[in-house]
Design a protein around this ligand. Structure first.
Ligand code: FE2
Length: 325
């Protein structure tokens, strides 16, 4: 049996580092437990971004979160990329390195999306082999995140949680359990999000993600542009109980609020964990109860306006600078 969190510490409540908050963080040194950086934003960069991230890494624990490893692709692993990843991990003393269970391109073309894979024996073997190679190369366990997804495959022969469980155990890797992604994918594919949370190997969960999403009635999209809804907080509380607590990170990538609002959002986790906050019993996902200490009201597009503006579907990968291609 694996050590809880694979021996990693519970870092507490952190937020994703975004360029818009660089100045605020350096000038005010807020009491944040830790930061997660998008690996690709700093792997090739010098100048101010690199200066800032090194300053932050001197003051706070830093975790690296990638979007371009493409662990599920049939393209060969990119060792030039992995070499830069390994060097950055050394430079910022990354507590751990994560990426997504997905593929982002094929035949050297980058789709700039976190694309899902079929869940079957063949893909499991493929992913397990690649995770093992990456871990050997990085000389540390990889922490793999469940992405949000919008399609399923007729070739899948097992549930997502069964795939994740077997992958983690056969590759001996860690898991980044994105609770919002569990909720989004479960809504889109008519799965039971509690069964998902209950079924993954809890001792292998190293980190949680929380985020807001957009509700288009027929489906949810993982937009990272709003407060966390009550039903996701409820799942988070369950995940916290089952794991005994792991580092929790709030992602907010579009319509990014001022830093204090972002920080206040992740600090709500304390109240949800302790049971201080009564969770809503709303049956309609879109009519979530008012967040506890909301200081701003982020505008979520109505389903009608979203349909009229179908060209605008934000995605976390859209916030990675183009030069990381
Ligand atoms: Fe995430």
């Amino acid at each position: 049996m694996a050590l809880p969190r694979l021996g990693h510490p519970n870092l507490g409540l952190g937020v994703g580092l975004r360029t818009t908050h660089f100045r605020h963080i350096l000038e005010n040194q807020p009491q944040v437990d830790w930061f997660e950086i998008i690996s690709e934003n700093f792997m090739d960069s010098g100048g101010r971004p690199r200066y800032v991230v090194e300053q932050i890494a001197e003051r706070y624990p830093v975790v690296m979160h990638g979007v371009a490893m493409s662990i599920g692709s049939t393209d060969p692993l990119n060792f030039e990329y992995l070499g830069k990843l390994k060097q950055l991990a050394r430079d910022v003393d990354a507590r751990w390195v994560s990426d997504h269970l997905c593929w982002t391109g094929v035949a050297t073309r980058n789709t700039h999306d976190l694309l899902p894979i079929p869940f079957n024996e063949q893909t499991l073997k493929h992913v397990v082999e690649r995770v093992r190679i990456v871990q050997d190369y990085l000389e540390r366990p990889l922490v793999v995140e469940n992405p949000s997804s919008y399609i399923t495959f007729v070739d899948s022969t097992m549930s997502e949680w069964e795939f994740i469980t077997r992958m983690a155990e056969e590759a001996d890797c860690g898991l980044l359990l994105d609770v919002n992604n569990v909720f989004v994918s479960s809504f889109n594919h008519d799965m039971d999000p509690e069964e998902f949370i209950r079924s993954v190997p809890h001792e292998r969960v190293v980190q949680f993600h929380l985020a807001g999403h957009s509700n288009y009635e027929t489906h949810l999209i993982d937009t990272h542009d709003n407060h966390v809804i009550d039903k996701v907080w409820k799942l988070y509380r369950l995940a916290h109980q089952l794991t005994g607590g792991v580092g929790t990170l709030l992602e907010w990538d579009a319509k990014i609020p001022p830093f204090p609002v972002l920080h206040a959002e992740v600090l709500k986790a304390k109240q949800y964990i302790s049971g201080e906050v009564a969770l809503g019993t709303d049956e309609d996902e879109g009519t979530d109860t008012e967040p506890v200490t909301a200081q701003v009201t982020a505008q979520q597009p109505s389903p009608e306006s979203a349909r009229q503006d179908a060209s605008w579907v934000p995605h976390p990968l859209h916030y990675v600078p183009a030069e990381v291609e």
